[in-house]
Ligand binder design. Structure first.
Ligand code: 6R9
Length: 655
């Protein structure tokens, strides 16, 4: 990694904001000063300015029982009212909230007034189905307006949503439904992906089916949106069509105020162990920071901008920058159902041209994919409406950054490389357009109000040019409030490492350059980042060993030109299986197996069948060495291995 770091740190291209952009920018340098002077007062002011509080708060941060923070705890608000009703009441009901486009090319424009009404009807339906404050509702939906409406309706009645990405398997869905104890699932028959309908309802049926252990699912009802028009099985009494019940429900619904710390959602993400963590977010602090960052980092002018974030609502980026941030700010945004390459590789650029998108937020993996296809495709479209470009999900290499700015941004748009996590809830490190001189490859500086440091293993601040671990040194409004049902895991994972200092450990390596700018270097734990999606090595390993042929498995994330990292698995087969079946075609089978068990994003790029795995004397698999093999490098230091010859055997088997 050190050569990579040195490369990055010699990057010396700089892009100063243009005078015109700076003059009209939402954010100014004064934000840093104000936050510096009085951090809590700054957040209180942001919250009062950006949100409507039905019961104004008098307390800002309560950090009396770390690591459990409370923000604005004595205030009360309604999240959906903040995202919808108040814009209508302010006379902006006719403003388009969603410029929706389905993959086959169908379109819907949904105004704030229409979305508000739909959410009110749905809130009434949910109440009739017995969903109340604190109940969990799982959402398993394509990118359609009903998905956004569902999140908001659940929030409106003080219940908790758990969105499960539509690409996850029935098993993954089941474990998330069970962990949260969901009472209701909202899904669709199917959604469009890559030119055909990809069914969703069958996975829900499977997730809720009796698994033979006699344990009854907590789910009482399944609400189904018709989208794909594919045939679906129906369980009478349990399943309901959206179009039967939502339009028939009353459009009157009063948004009750809930305490600021009322849970808003659970979102599962991969950790270092096999079991995904249910990251818990609450209301007032989360919405404050989602709205604040969305406005300042993207320079949002809600009256004129057309904003588009390409993330799926199954990820945190879709929560904070498709659902909550943009709607709280009254933005007009594009929502697109399908894949970027359908029916041909220029689809995204067509959408930008068609709707006149001004602010565009996507992931480095997509940008690298487009780079590969060449600049001719985007250059055949008129992208001149774009004025701010954002990146999220993984480090963006300087070449991709510069390509993004030159080819998509006409060599003029500011680029904001935004670092944050499911756990942080909202953007933490980013340039501010119109304020910051940008630097390709560096996420740069903590946002005003956020306190970040890079420290060594002992917790000492590293100086200019130093590398270490990224920590967050002060609580922030949209921080996670815990892991659903597992407070101990919450403490251990994030707060034990720098417990005496009370710092949050992010799990990312980072380096500071001469100017104090931050360069993110990827995860320091066993979490992989594939196309900006977090996957745990342990989760994929346990899926592999669940296959009848597998005795043992080790998974690493190997660097990959397009996806950032790719999943590479090393597998030892069972003797008994080998004797009966032989190894032919097994690597392929195992790839498919993981895809079915967890979801296609987890499918390994390569599966190598090997005779042994490199282990330390205490039996720990040395993934570092396997990564060397997977990346085609010379194998590093093997002296701590129990059997130092094992790596040459593995290297020979892989070649
Ligand atoms: C928002 C999101 C979080 C992990 C994080 C880090 C990586 C995200 C990044 C970035 C470098 C950026 N990451 N943004 N690394 N530069 N701009 O992606 O959340 O899915 O929880 O992933 O992604 O490693 O720790 P999540």
């Amino acid at each position: 990694m050190s050569s990579q770091i040195d490369n990055l740190l010699t990057e010396n291209r700089r892009f100063a904001p243009s005078a015109d952009f700076a003059a009209a920018a939402v954010a100014g340098p004064d934000l840093y000063e104000r936050a510096q002077e009085d951090r809590e007062g700054f957040w209180a002011a942001q919250s009062r300015e950006l949100l409507h509080w039905q019961e104004p708060f008098t307390q800002v941060l309560d950090w009396s029982t770390p690591p459990f923070a409370k923000w604005f705890a004595d205030g009360e608000l309604n999240i959906a009212y903040n995202c919808l009703d108040r814009h209508v009441e302010a006379g902006n009901g006719d403003r388009v909230a969603l410029l929706w486009e389905g993959e086959p090319g169908d379109e819907r424009r949904v105004t704030y007034a229409e979305l508000t009404e739909e959410v009110k009807r749905l809130a009434n339906v949910l109440t009739e189905l017995g969903i109340g404050e604190g109940d969990r509702v799982a959402l398993y939906l394509p990118m359609i307006p009903e998905a956004i409406a569902s999140m908001l309706a659940v929030a409106r009645i003080g219940a908790i949503h758990s969105v499960v990405f539509g690409g996850f398997s029935a098993d993954s869905l089941r474990s998330r439904i069970d962990d949260a104890g969901a009472k209701l699932v909202i899904t669709a028959d199917g959604g469009w992906r890559k030119g055909k309908v990809s069914p969703l309802k069958p996975a829900v049926d499977q997730a809720l089916s009796d698994r033979g252990d006699g344990v009854q699912s907590t789910v009482e009802h399944v609400l189904v949106v018709r989208r794909g028009e594919n045939d679906v099985a129906w369980t009478e009494g349990r399943d309901l069509w959206w179009h039967d019940v939502v339009p028939a429900a009353s459009p009157e619904h009063e948004a009750r105020a809930f305490p600021a710390e009322n849970p808003l959602f659970i979102l599962y993400t991969s950790g270092t162990t096999g079991k995904p963590k249910g990251i818990l977010h609450t209301s007032g602090g989360y919405l404050t920071q989602a709205a604040y960052t969305h406005r300042n980092v993207f320079d949002l002018k809600p009256e004129t901008d057309v904003y588009w974030c390409t993330a799926d609502i199954g990820w945190i980026t879709g929560h904070s920058y498709v659902a909550y941030g943009p709607l709280a700010n009254g933005a007009t945004q594009v929502l697109y159902e399908g894949t970027p390459e359908h029916p041909e590789p220029g689809r995204w650029w067509d959408i930008i041209e068609k709707y006149g998108v001004t602010i565009f937020y996507t992931a480095p993996t997509a940008i690298r994919g487009f780079m590969k296809q060449g600049r001719v495709i985007p250059q055949a479209r008129d992208l001149s409406s774009l004025r701010v470009l954002g990146s999220v999900g993984e480090p963006i290499n300087p070449e991709a950054w510069v390509w993004y700015r030159d080819v998509i941004g006409a060599g003029t748009t500011p680029i904001v490389d935004t670092w944050w996590q499911t756990e942080t809830g909202a953007i933490m490190i980013s340039a501010l357009p119109g304020v910051t001189e940008t630097k390709p490859g560096s996420a740069q500086v903590a946002l005003p109000g956020i306190s970040i440091d890079v420290v060594d293993e002992q917790g000492s601040h590293v100086g200019a040019g130093g590398g270490g671990l990224l920590v967050i040194t002060e609580p922030w409004p949209s921080m996670l409030r815990g892991i659903w049902g597992d407070p101990e895991r919450y403490k251990e994972t994030y707060w034990d490492k720098f417990g005496s200092q009370g710092w949050y450990f992010a799990g990312d390596g980072a380096r500071l350059d001469e100017d104090g700018d931050i360069w993110l270097l990827g995860r320091v734990d066993d979490v992989m980042n594939v196309s900006g999606h977090r996957l745990s090595t342990a989760e994929i390993e346990s899926s592999l060993v669940a296959h009848e042929a597998t005795a043992e498995a080790a998974v690493v994330g190997a660097s990959d030109e397009t996806t950032g990292q790719a999943v590479v698995a090393f597998v030892i087969l069972k003797e008994s299986y080998l004797k009966q079946h032989g190894p032919d075609g097994l690597a392929q089978q195992l790839r498919g197996w993981v895809g079915e068990q967890i979801g296609p994003i987890a499918r390994p790029r390569d599966v190598y069948i090997v005779g042994e795995l490199p282990k330390t004397r205490s039996g720990k698999i040395m993934r570092r060495l396997l990564r060397d093999v997977a990346e085609g490098r010379e194998v590093g230091d093997t002296t701590t291995l129990a059997d130092t010859a094992v790596m040459s055997v593995i290297s020979a088997q892989v070649r």
